[in-house]
Design a binder for this molecule. Structure first.
Ligand SMILES: [Mn+2]
Length: 273
């Protein structure tokens, strides 16, 4: 790890889909990011804590505690921290309008950038009602897809040895990937439509674990990504410019996913969550 990276100052930082309490959470990468930044406002854009829905029991190592402590410390030191709960931490939604430890809980929020643009800040699960194949989103990634193709070869070699016929895993997955891509597009458009309805310039959300920044019919669609697969944060610079930081790449590390033993299907987002 590069030790001498300077602490960077941002006007605002947006984090979502951390999924503390699950094994997929890249807490060490997130801690590293938090150590290297300071901000005036921090938005937690949902799915921050997860574990309580895990069938396999509660998973809460020290690093997950450290993330919570670091965030509370930011609040203590004067940062405005706004927590917009998601579907995995929807229990927190019972506390909308209240605050604890310097953290304000809101169902959604309007953020105004330094250059005067207004953004709706919302987790986004409200807009995935039509999702059928969202758990296959993981395969939208190039790397995952190439791996699948390799697995397909391996699988069929094994099948042949057992005297079984060829079964095209890749052909099966191609359909799934197409569905996943269609889902992403539908989701992004639905979120942008809501921003338009609210009369704001753009929307900042999470939920689908895919960092993105693009124009959809004059609405700025911005997704801050996640800390399960991609380790991405959205930052607002002092002049109001928004930027997606790919922390794993910035730190010169390969994505944790590439070396982890987690199954490829490790949920980006359950369909009916
Ligand atoms: Mn979510």
């Amino acid at each position: 790890m590069i030790a001498d990276m300077p602490v960077r100052h941002f006007r605002t930082v947006f984090l979502s889909d951390i999924h503390l309490g699950t094994r997929g959470c890249q807490a060490d990468m997130l801690l590293d990011f938090i150590r290297h930044m300071e901000c005036e406002t921090l938005y937690l854009v949902g799915d921050i804590v997860d574990g309580w829905k895990m069938k396999g029991g509660w998973y809460w190592p020290q690093s997950h505690n450290d993330v919570v402590q670091k965030i509370l410390r930011l609040a203590r030191k004067g940062a405005r921290v706004i927590y917009v709960p998601g579907n995995h931490d929807d229990r927190v939604r019972d506390f909308c309008g209240t605050h604890f430890g310097g953290v304000t809980v809101e169902r959604d929020a309007i953020h105004q950038t330094a250059d005067g643009r207004r953004f709706l800040v919302v987790h986004g699960d409200e807009f995935d009602g039509v999702v059928q194949h969202a758990k296959w989103l993981a395969f939208a990634g190039d790397w995952a897809y190439r791996t699948i193709l390799a697995m397909n070869t391996w699988l069929n070699r094994a099948r042949a040895r057992l005297g079984l016929g060829y079964w095209s895993l890749s052909a099966y997955l191609k359909v799934k990937v197409k569905n996943a891509l269609q889902f992403i597009e539908n989701f992004e458009e639905a979120v942008a439509a809501e921003a338009r309805r609210r009369g704001v310039d753009g929307v900042i959300c999470g939920h689908i674990h895919k960092a993105e920044m693009r124009d959809i019919g004059g609405i700025a669609y911005v997704n801050d990504g996640d800390w399960v697969e991609s380790c991405t944060a959205l930052v607002e610079h002092p002049d109001g410019r928004l930027e997606i930081l790919d922390w794993a790449r910035l730190r010169g590390r390969v994505h944790a996913r590439r070396t982890s033993r987690a199954p490829l299907t490790a949920e980006p987002e359950p369909a009916a969550a």
